[in-house]
Design a protein around this ligand. Structure first.
Ligand code: GRF
Length: 208
C-alpha cells in the first residue's frame, strides 16, 4: 500500500477529487495525511470528512523559509510518502526541500504551462486574448511551475468569460486531470527521459 501525502493551503477540492478516485478505483494506495500551512484551510474539513488525518505546520511559526521547510519535511516523512501532492499549496519551496522529494512530488497549475506560470493566471489569459486555456500537472523542480509535464487538460476560453467563469471551467478540468496523473504515479506508469514524461503504456496525456 503506497502512501500519498497532500499539502494544501485552502479549499481542498483537488484533494477531494484525488481521494475519491483513489477509493473508487481501489488504487493500491491511500491518502495517508493532509498537511496544511494554515489552520483555517477549508480543505482540512474536507479531509476530516473523508477520515483522513490532518496536520498544520503554520509558516508563521518559523523565522525563515528554510526552517519552515525543514519542519514541514519532518512532518511529511512521518507518513513515509511515496507520492507528495501539492494541491493549492501556496508556499514557495526551498531548493533543498524540492530536492528531497524530487521525482515523487507533483503540482497542478491552472494554465497550459509553460505559458502563464505564476499568479493571476486567468486574468492574464483573458488579457492576452487566448482562446484556449487549461491545467497542467507537473513534477516539481526548484524553478516555480516549470517541472516536467505529466498531463494537461485544455478548455476553451469563451468570449464572455470572466476570471471567475474561466477559473471554474479550468478547476473542473483539474478534478479530472489530477487524479488521473496521481494514479499513474502511484502505479509506476510514468518514465521521464530528458525532461519529458511519457506514460509507459502510451495512455493519452492530454484531456480535452
Ligand atoms: C487550483 O486552482 C490549482 O490549480 C491551484 O490552486 C487551486 C487549488 O484549489 N494550484 P483547491 O484547493 O484544490 O480547491
Amino acid at each position: 500500500m503506497k502512501n500519498i501525502v497532500v499539502l494544501i493551503s485552502g479549499r481542498g477540492s483537488n484533494l477531494q477529487a484525488i481521494a475519491k478516485v483513489c477509493a473508487a478505483e481501489a488504487w493500491n494506495a491511500r491518502v495517508a495525511a493532509v498537511i496544511s500551512n494554515r489552520a483555517d484551510a477549508a480543505g482540512r474539513d474536507v479531509a476530516a470528512a473523508m477520515g483522513i488525518a490532518t496536520e498544520v505546520v503554520d509558516h508563521h511559526g518559523f523565522a525563515s523559509r528554510e526552517a519552515f521547510d525543514a519542519n514541514l519535511a519532518t512532518a511529511i516523512e512521518r507518513h513515509a510518502p511515496d507520492v507528495l501532492v501539492l494541491a493549492g499549496f501556496m508556499r514557495i519551496l526551498t531548493p533543498a526541500f524540492v530536492r528531497r522529494f524530487e521525482g515523487r512530488m507533483v503540482n497542478v497549475h491552472p494554465s497550459l504551462l509553460p505559458a502563464f506560470a505564476g499568479l493571476h493566471t486567468h486574468r492574464r489569459v483573458l488579457q492576452a486574448g487566448c482562446k484556449l486555456s487549461g491545467a497542467t500537472v507537473h513534477f516539481v523542480t526548484p524553478e516555480l511551475d516549470h517541472g516536467p509535464i505529466i498531463a494537461q487538460a485544455v478548455v476553451p476560453v469563451l468570449a464572455d468569460d470572466t476570471e471567475m467563469s474561466l477559473a471554474e471551467r479550468v478547476l473542473a478540468a483539474e478534478h479530472r486531470l489530477y487524479p488521473m496523473a496521481v494514479g499513474w504515479l502511484v502505479q509506476g506508469s510514468l518514465r521521464v527521459a530528458d525532461g519529458v514524461v511519457r506514460h509507459r503504456a502510451g495512455a493519452a496525456q492530454l484531456l480535452s
